[in-house]
Every structure is written in C-alpha cells, then in structure tokens.
Design a protein around this ligand. Sequence first.
Ligand SMILES: [Zn+2]
Length: 323
Amino acid sequence: MEMKMYSYIALFVSAVLLFSSLQVDGASWSYVIGEENGPDNWDTVFPDYCSKSKQSPINIVSKSAEHKPIGDFTLVGFGSTAPTDARMKAENNGHTVEVELTSGNYFVSEGGLSAPYKAAQFHFHWGNVNTVGSEHTVDGKQYPAEVHIVCYNTKQASVAEAAGTEDGLTVLGFLIDIQDEDNPAFAPLFDALSGIQFHGDHEDLATPLIFGDILPSNLSSFYRYSGSLTTPTCNEVVVWNVFTNPILISQAQMDMFRSLNKNELGDAVNETYADTFRPVQPLNGRTVYLNDLNALPRGSGSLISPVTLGSVVAFVLATVLLK
Ligand SMILES: [Zn+2]
C-alpha cells in the first residue's frame, strides 16, 4: 500500500516536471529579461532560429543605409475607405494586442517584393515608459511603440504556412511617437481595448480602422532588410520594411496599451504588460537599404556612366564636325 502511494507521488512529480519542461521547450516565452524564457535566453530555448545570424529587430544606422531605387508599394485596401466587407477583431493574446483582419482584401505588392502579399494581422510593441517600446531603433533612438502589419506571400495559404518559406512574410513596420492630441483614426481600436483587458479576451472592432487615416502620407521612404520574426520561433523569413515617418498617438492613448493585463481574468494577481519588445539584434554584415527613387543603381560608381560619357563625346564631336 505504501509502495503504491510512493508510485503515485513519483508519477505526479514526473508529470509536473514534464509539463513544466514542455512549457519552456514548447510555446512559452516572455519579454522579461533575465527570466528563464526571456529574450536573452531565446537563442538557447528556441535554437532553431533565434540563435541564427539574420535576426530582428535591428538598430538602423541611417548614414550606413544604402540608397537604392527599390520602388514604391502598390497597396490595395490601405486607402481612405475600408475594403467592402472588411472586419477586424482585436485580441489580448498574452504577449500583445493583435488585430486580425478577419475579412476584406488588403494587399501589398511592388516595392521590390517578389509577389503580392496579403495582410493578415497587425500588432503592437510598446514600453513601460516613453523612452523604450519600439523594436527597431534608428541611430540608437527607441520610440515609445511600434506597429507591425504582417503580410504573407500569396504563393502560400496563410501566415503559418508562409513562416516556413524564405521571403514568406513581409512586415510593414511603423514607429509610433507621442503627440498632444488623440489620434481619432485609432478610435475604433482604443474603444475595443476596454473589452480585451485580459489575456484571452477578444472583441470585434465596431468599424475597421482606415489605414489611409493611420499611416503616414509618405510611404515611399522606408528601410528594407532581410530578417526574422521578432518573437519565437524567430523564423528568418521576413522582408522587413521600416518606414521613416512615424505614426502619432496621444499620451492618453499610449497609456491605454499600458493598462492591459497579461494575465487571464480571475488570476490571483493582475499584472499589466511592461516592455513588449525584443532588444535589437546584431546586423552581422547585412545591408540595410533605403528606398530612394533618385539613387543611382548600385555599381554605377562615378557620376557619369560610360554610356553617358560616350554620348557626350559623340555629341561634342558631331557639333565640332558639323561646324
Ligand atoms: Zn511585431
């Protein structure tokens, strides 16, 4: 009888150990530096990708960016009206606020992309105070927040499928800064936040956000580099676009993100989100490009190309000979 009792206890203890180890090896991760599954340990907890050499986010050094005429994006669904039948659903997923584009056609193409990409969701990264929060930094400056519009290559069927393919995803990343007034274009989202105070909560937006009212008017100025998902499992499948013009929201709107809880309703202790960003990763020799439609193609070297020089010489000779 006693032996049987010990066996039950042993079984229980092993089950608990197995479960907690699965939690670490499996889907569990946090943004808390120093925690067992925090960002400074992702490379060992999720070694398949998080330890590799093309990780995101990065610090962008503006004067090192290579100017290149990448081309402007062609956007569908990002104008001053929402696509017909567009619907958006906000969720507190335990790591961030994610808004799923549950229906409506949102497409991104051109801009140097190899295929059209379909936008599937957008989500936010923010800090506990305004001096931290964005994932990408520019010349060492970190913004209070950043929004990522995640788009998958239409050669794949979903974000999940595209996350296993090179160039499977492209992300439109916008830095977020603070202005005095509320940004009214975000109202449908901030109205919904009261309904998603806890992990697992979700709420349909009363009306879809209008991207044309939210995004900066200049979408030609963006940095481009090859990188990864910024959350485990850090797949290196992302064509990154970090726009130089920020989105502006008010301090009151910023504070609404900070009031959200990362625990579930009914947990013993409520804990608000603190810093929901991954620290910047080494560039490891990658080139960061800046879309510059006036830039000379790479390799042209001198200001005058041999062809141009030839034409000038021929013109001068012709002028002299015809006199
Ligand atoms: Zn993100």
